[in-house]
Design a protein around this ligand. Structure first.
Ligand SMILES: [Zn+2]
Length: 327
């Protein structure tokens, strides 16, 4: 990858604040550049990579990526923090929901990607194996696309590598989350999200989720900001005091999608964060004559992680997801 500095930047790789653009070498990615900020301390130390904007309407995460740039001081920190606020550049200013408009792939489910694949596959490969190549931890921030509301949660990948497993859990607990979701080890067979793809190479990646409906709200922004700062403290990049957790941080080990059985209008009974009993009704699907087509039930006892807020839902697409607490 090549880095191109802006006028108000230090030289790349030197202590200070670098501001500029990344241009990846893969010819599939030519024509795009990724604004990024990298803050490097005077003393050597760990490297933390942080991103947002895989989903460009998840604006609380993007705003957190902007604010974090001002919260690391090269004079006092160790190591480096590199921040890309918007990964899905082709979608930026197009407000594309969930996917990259070049290949219609959801970048969040395309890891580890491939240098020979489509645009999104090449981008995932470049993020993982170029920008993040020496990172001790990668945090990808998400939450609250135009039609959804999410609870505050963090994600790590459960793995049989106990050291990495415990580190992932510890880092995910850095976020003042309602839920800390361990993706099940079975996900290792079908990577897609960054935590899974990184764990397959014994590397650490996390996701944080907070936000709703493409709106900025201070609670979601500070959830991401304070969580990343706590990750930096745990890594030893920052020496400041940890922000205390106020939420329950219930550790869950299953993430179950709830698909809509019919085209129709979804009317929810519950909100993200709510406890659900097994088979509890979470809402109904009705047609445009107001006739109820189906009741949608919780697949297990657990908590509603997120739900769609726009009522119109196509058959076979999710209305939400449930997290199941670990035993
Ligand atoms: Zn997202």
């Amino acid at each position: 990858m090549k880095v191109v500095p802006l006028g108000n930047s230090c030289a790349y790789g030197q202590p200070g604040v670098f501001r500029g653009h990344i241009k990846f070498d893969n010819p599939r990615l030519i024509g795009f550049e990724w604004p990024f900020c990298e803050i490097r301390g005077k003393s050597a130390g760990p490297r933390l990579c942080v991103s947002a904007g895989v989903h460009v309407n998840e604006v609380a995460a993007i705003e957190a990526a902007v604010r974090l740039q001002r919260l690391f001081d090269p004079e006092t920190m160790r190591g480096s923090v590199s921040i890309i606020p918007v990964i899905n550049q082709p979608a930026f200013y197009k407000y594309t929901q969930l996917v990259c408009p070049i290949d219609n792939r959801n970048i969040n489910f395309t890891y580890p990607g491939s240098p020979e694949g489509s645009f999104s596959e090449a981008l995932c490969d470049a993020v993982m194996n170029e920008w993040c190549v020496d990172a001790n931890c990668y945090v990808d921030m998400h939450g609250g696309d135009l039609r959804e509301r999410v609870s505050k949660f963090s994600i790590f990948q459960a793995t049989e590598n106990l050291e990495l497993n415990n580190l992932g859990r510890k880092m995910a607990l850095c976020f003042d989350a309602e839920f800390v979701v361990a993706l099940p080890a079975s996900d290792m067979e079908k990577p897609g999200r960054p935590p899974t793809a990184f764990a397959r190479h014994n590397r650490l990646a996390l996701m944080s989720e907070a936000g709703a409906n493409g709106l900025l709200d201070e609670g979601s922004i500070s959830f991401h900001v304070e969580g990343v700062l706590n990750v930096a403290r745990t890594l030893g990049i920052l020496d400041s005091n940890f922000t205390p957790a106020l939420n329950a941080r219930v550790v869950c080990d299953e993430y179950l999608w709830i698909d809509c059985p019919f085209d129709g209008e979804f009317h929810a009974d519950v909100e993200p964060g709510d406890h659900l009993t097994n088979r509890q009704r979470i809402g109904t699907i009705s047609n445009l004559f107001g006739e109820v087509l189906a009741e949608i039930k919780a697949p297990r006892e657990g908590y509603l992680l997120w739900r769609m807020t726009h009522p119109t839902i196509a058959a076979g697409t999710p209305v939400g997801a449930v997290a199941v607490p670990e035993k």
